[in-house]
Design a protein around this ligand. Structure first.
Ligand code: IZC
Ligand code: ZN
Length: 407
């Protein structure tokens, strides 16, 4: 006997598989009309026509609505102190993101607020963020450090991620981003900061098992492609899987370094050129695109169609952070992906579910509605997939099911 059967699903729409969907396959979404999903012990045990559904202790009537996998937000900076709304005025006057950072604001402002916050304060805030995510349909999320920039402060952030993961339903996947910005005290001694990241921070994070991934911000005025190679090589040698923020503002060659080192994903990719795209496609690096950041920074949108044409797999994420994307609304990022990247509704759904799960190495357990995966689903306030990309700005979630429980 199953624990729960969700019946009367007007349309079930889901990508399928345990790995990312690349190129033209990204649009392969299975749709089942008049469907049911059965759940036992938090795991999906039946997917198919309503007429063949097995019996269950409890029934949830989806009322003819659309059901998809729970959304996966594969790129967030979830733990930080303070906000950066005081920078809005500067931004409106035309001061760029990198110039605000150069002046000691931006990421460095969030570093000061995060260092001065206690672990308890950061935990309480991050729990609030996960509640908002869950209400918006996000059932799994990546969470980066990167606002500590010392061993102690980076560990503090990552311990908060671990605590928050255990305290609420959204599954969190931790990423160490110690090389997020150069602290001003190392301006004349960049090599020493890189050494500390590689020889002190990474081993400390590894010893406590606090992060699965290592990430770095490769950008003009932040870290160079050579520094990216140094940090990611050290991380790889210490057992971390790799990610890199590259080609957000300038195309410097960071994507090629990510490809060379076998990174799971590269993020932003707004300015990626043909060589960067070819290198990522060849090395099966998943492109994690962040359209809400393009919107908020008033920048161009990543060349998503060229990436799909080259055979890349694409994910779409919120980039939730206090500077360049202060929104947790992955639905909004999905709408932007559809309208600005010209991804189809099916390609966008895969980008925010299965491919997003693959970008954080969870495609074996999340990202699709299939027997054996976690029972993470969203019942939407519509019966049509296209509606999700049309009625933008509202939360279109009707109900979220996380680990088989209606939340
Ligand atoms: O706090 O500005 N791009 N890192 C790289 C960010 C955005 C987060 C921030
Ligand atoms: Zn980011």
């Amino acid at each position: 006997m199953l624990d729960l059967i969700i019946t009367n699903i007007g349309t079930l729409a889901t990508p399928e598989g345990k790995g990312p969907k690349r190129g033209i396959e990204q649009g392969d979404v299975r749709t089942i009309p008049n469907a049911a999903v059965g759940i036992r012990d938090g795991i999906i045990s039946y997917v198919g026509p309503m007429s063949d559904a097995p019996a269950a202790r409890e029934t949830l009537d989806a009322g003819g609505r659309l059901v998809t996998p729970g959304l996966v937000d594969s790129h967030t900076h979830l733990v930080f102190g303070g906000w950066r709304h005081h920078e809005l005025d500067m931004k409106l006057k035309g001061v760029s993101y990198l110039d605000i950072l150069k002046g000691g604001g931006g990421i460095l402002s969030s570093v000061r607020s995060t260092r001065s916050a206690s672990a308890e304060e950061l935990t309480e805030r991050a729990i609030g963020f996960t509640k908002e995510q869950l209400a918006l349909g996000v059932t799994t999320s990546e969470a980066k450090s990167g606002y500590g920039l010392t061993s102690e402060d980076e560990l503090k952030q990552l311990r908060v991620v671990r605590a928050v993961d255990a305290m609420q339903p959204v599954d969190l996947v931790p990423t160490f981003l110690g090389a997020h910005a150069l602290p001003q005290t190392y301006k004349e001694n960049r090599g020493e900061f890189i050494r500390i990241v590689c020889e002190e921070m990474l081993p400390a994070v590894a010893e406590e098992g606090l992060a699965e991934f290592c990430d770095i911000f490769c950008e003009t005025g932040v870290f160079t492609p050579e520094e990216t190679r140094t940090v990611l090589s050290a991380a790889k040698a210490q057992g971390f899987k790799l990610k890199a923020h590259t080609d957000e503002i300038d195309c410097l060659g960071g994507a090629q370094v990510a490809a060379e080192l076998g990174a799971v994903s590269a993020e932003h990719l707004i300015t990626s050129d043909a060589a960067a795209i070819a290198a990522m496609a060849e090395a099966n690096v998943i492109g994690v695109l962040l359209p809400a950041t393009s919107f908020y920074l008033d920048k161009p949108y990543a060349p998503a169609r060229a990436m799909l044409d080259a055979g890349m797999a694409l994910a779409v994420a919120s980039d939730f952070n206090p500077g360049s994307s202060p929104s947790l609304n992955l639905q909004l990022a999905m709408t932007l992906a559809c309208l600005k990247y010209r991804l189809t509704p099916e390609e966008t759904l895969t980008a925010a579910t299965l491919n997003a799960a693959a970008a954080i190495d969870r495609a074996d357990v999340a990202g699709s509605v299939e027997v054996g995966k976690k029972a993470d689903l969203v019942i939407w306030e519509t019966d049509a997939l296209s509606y999700l990309f049309y009625r933008f700005g509202s939360n279109l979630v009707h109900r979220v099911v996380k680990n088989g429980v209606v939340v």
